[in-house]
Design a protein around this ligand. Structure first.
Ligand code: ADP
Ligand code: MG
Length: 612
């Protein structure tokens, strides 16, 4: 379906653009390999610093600037990708860098003399990876596959594509990180099975359940928490160390960005050592004073227990969505630097009742998988089918403010689906197509993705027009919506240019809220639906009363209809949809002979199609 052609010369690289660290890999004949930078390091810290001269420093060199120039140095920019200023207020408070005044929908980071958007910052990281690859391979590199967390919404995915474009890379595909990890392990080689991919990195947690049938991958479900990872552990240890220092020295160092960054580096060293040692030291020197703190594995495990525990709920939800029990999971793959922590490994093993794969370096596994995918696209690896899923349902708002879901959450992509709608008002020549994302029944409770008008449709009685709406999500998760008037062939389509402005927590909260509000949403949708139908039948009846057929009725029949109209108008504002439905049915019944006499299907057809 999506055919891409290449010159033989083309090398397509695979890039893991991580919150904490980024890597670039390629297919070296048949084997994926991570490409190191000039310093020999495979991981490029996802940190960018702007010098007073306005030049960009990336990676380890930039990380060193965190201490001396925290206000000009950006880390964890992935958390800001595709977000609005309002969404990240709480997060921005934690960052030492500032947001430029007057930027509301799009974040602009104020870094010394420069202002950069998150995609521009990410592009600087990508440019560094591109440079590393070109230096190592000795050829220009212009095409890439980039991985994103499974929970990234459309805006975040689009921001990632933008970053690639700014860096001079043609982004052939965005691949979900867990999918890449499974590919790196070559788990497609086993013909059948169910695989859980558990990814705990620096800033994000993702769990995915994949199913293999006949050697083909299908992602059954994904879940996670885009605000959970090693950073949370670092912050906890950092807070304790700051308090400890305050009581020991009688001095609060938290106001000094420089002091905090130095202490953070020391805390991270201790944390990483604790994955291999039974105890480690936090050491910190500041203005001639020294602080030492020994942390045992036991103490550490106690401190992070709840953080590790927070990964388990999404795992259970994911199994539920995938409709599998732990017994049905054959293999578990660990991804992300934080899965080196022994407590994480044992928690995963207990939950899934399977010993996780740890053969590949958890830092590299996503980049390696991206390289395998790059090889597939470049034609160097035999083609295979990769399926991903949509994390949230997509649909349109219909008459009455209710959502009609067109592609359901956890549908495998690429996906396409369509539905036919009709008009709610006589002679309507315009329909507003409001595309929404989310799990709630009412559009106002969902995320608005796009609105467009289909103008100039043939004027028809209410309920007679046929508006075909098709949704297509391509392999990269970009949504195309087309609305078409079946009679005239007139159509309008949008590629959803996602409006920046939704936090990751909201994505997850949306799923939870749909469960919490299931009953109330159902009632609200029923009520809205009943009122839409009441409007339709009242309008149709009013029209029929102007018809000659009305005069042909007996006085008794006319009185019965007028009475039913009055009752329906009274019932209209009831809070119980059954009350309205009862009066609709009654009016429908008593107008039956009228409709028949009119030889006009308007009354009954007005009740048929779903109205946009
Ligand atoms: P991301 O995908 O968010 O970029 P990574 O997969 O690179 O993240 O993981 C980075 C996280 O892994 C950091 O929080 C880092 O401190 C943590 N990490 C790396 N090595 C270890 C280790 N040995 N023990 C515990 N945590 C580690
Ligand atoms: Mg990662």
């Amino acid at each position: 379906m999506f055919q891409i052609e290449f010159d033989n010369q083309d090398t397509v690289v695979g890039i893991d653009l991580g919150t904490t660290n980024s890597l670039v890999a390629w297919m070296n004949l048949t084997k994926p390999e991570v490409i190191p930078g000039e310093d020999g390091e495979k991981m490029v810290p996802s940190v960018v610093s702007i010098t007073p001269e306005g030049e960009a420093i990336v990676g380890n060199d930039a990380r060193r600037e965190l201490i001396d120039h925290p206000a000009r140095t950006v880390y964890s920019v992935k958390r800001l990708m595709g977000r609005g200023v309002d969404d990240v207020q709480d997060e921005l408070k934690l960052f030492p860098f500032r947001v430029a005044e007057g930027s509301e929908s799009v974040i602009r980071l104020l870094l010394g003399e420069k202002t950069l958007t998150p995609p521009e910052v990410s592009a600087l990281i990508l440019r560094q990876l591109k440079k590393n690859a070109e230096a190592a391979l000795g050829t220009p590199v212009t095409k890439a596959v980039i991985t994103v967390p499974a929970y990234f919404n459309d805006a975040q995915r689009q921001a990632t594509r933008d970053a690639g474009r700014i860096a001079g890379l043609e982004v052939l595909r965005l691949v979900n990180e867990p999918t890449a990890a499974a590919l790196a392990y070559g788990l497609d080689k086993r013909r059948e099975g169910v695989i859980a991919v558990y990814d705990l990195g620096g800033g994000t947690f993702d769990i995915s359940i994949l199913k293999l049938h006949d050697g083909i991958f299908e992602v059954l479900a994904t879940n996670g928490d885009t605000h959970l990872g090693g950073d949370d552990i670092d912050n906890r240890l950092l807070k304790i160390a700051i308090e400890d220092i305050a009581s020991e020295w009688g001095e609060d160092i938290s106001h000094s960005g420089e002091a905090v960054q130095t202490l953070r580096a020391s805390v991270i060293r201790a944390k990483e050592a604790l994955s291999f040692e039974l105890s480690a030291k936090i050491e910190f020197s500041w203005h001639g004073k020294t602080y030492h703190r020994e942390i045992t594995r036991e103490l550490f495990d106690g401190l992070i227990k709840d953080i590790v525990g927070r990964t388990l709920g999404p795992c259970r939800d994911c199994m539920r969505d995938a409709n599998v029990t732990p017994e049905q999971i054959d293999e578990v793959v660990l991804v992300g630097g934080s899965t080196r922590i022994p407590m994480v490994r044992s928690a995963v093993e207990v939950l899934f009742r399977a010993r996780p794969h740890t053969e590949l370096n958890p830092d590299e596994v996503v980049a390696l998988g991206a390289a395998v995918q790059a090889g597939i696209l470049a034609g160097t690896v035999e083609n295979q089918l990769l399926l991903d899923v949509t994390p949230l349902s997509l649909g349109i708002e219909i008459y009455g403010g209710v959502v009609s879901k067109i592609i359901h959450r956890n549908s495998t992509i690429p996906a396409s689906a369509g539905e036919t709608f009709t008009t709610g008002v006589d002679g309507q020549t315009n329909v507003l197509i409001h595309v929404v994302q989310g799990e709630r029944e009412l559009a106002k409770d969902c995320r608005s993705l796009a609105r467009f008008d289909l103008k100039g449709i043939a004027p028809m009685p209410a309920g007679m027009a046929r508006i075909e709406v098709r949704f297509l999500i391509d392999a990269n998760g970009i949504l195309n919506v087309t609305a078409r008037d079946a009679r005239t062939g007139l159509e309008h389509s949008v590629d959803v240019k996602p409006s920046y402005g939704l936090t990751d927590e909201q994505v997850e909260a949306m799923i939870e809220a749909s469960i919490d509000h299931a009953e109330e949403d159902y009632q609200a949708a029923q009520l809205a639906g009943a009122r839409v139908d009441a409007d339709a039948i009242l309008a149709a009846t009013a029209k029929a009363q102007k018809n000659d057929a009305w005069l042909a009725l007996t006085d008794g029949d006319r009185r019965e209809i007028t009475d039913a109209i009055n009752r329906l108008q009274l019932a209209y504002h009831a809070q119980d949809h059954n009350v309205i439905r009862a009066q609709i049915d009654r009016l429908n019944e008593v107008t039956h002979s009228l409709a028949e006499q009119m030889m006009n299907t308007a009354v009954s057809s007005a009740l048929k199609g779903t109205k946009v």
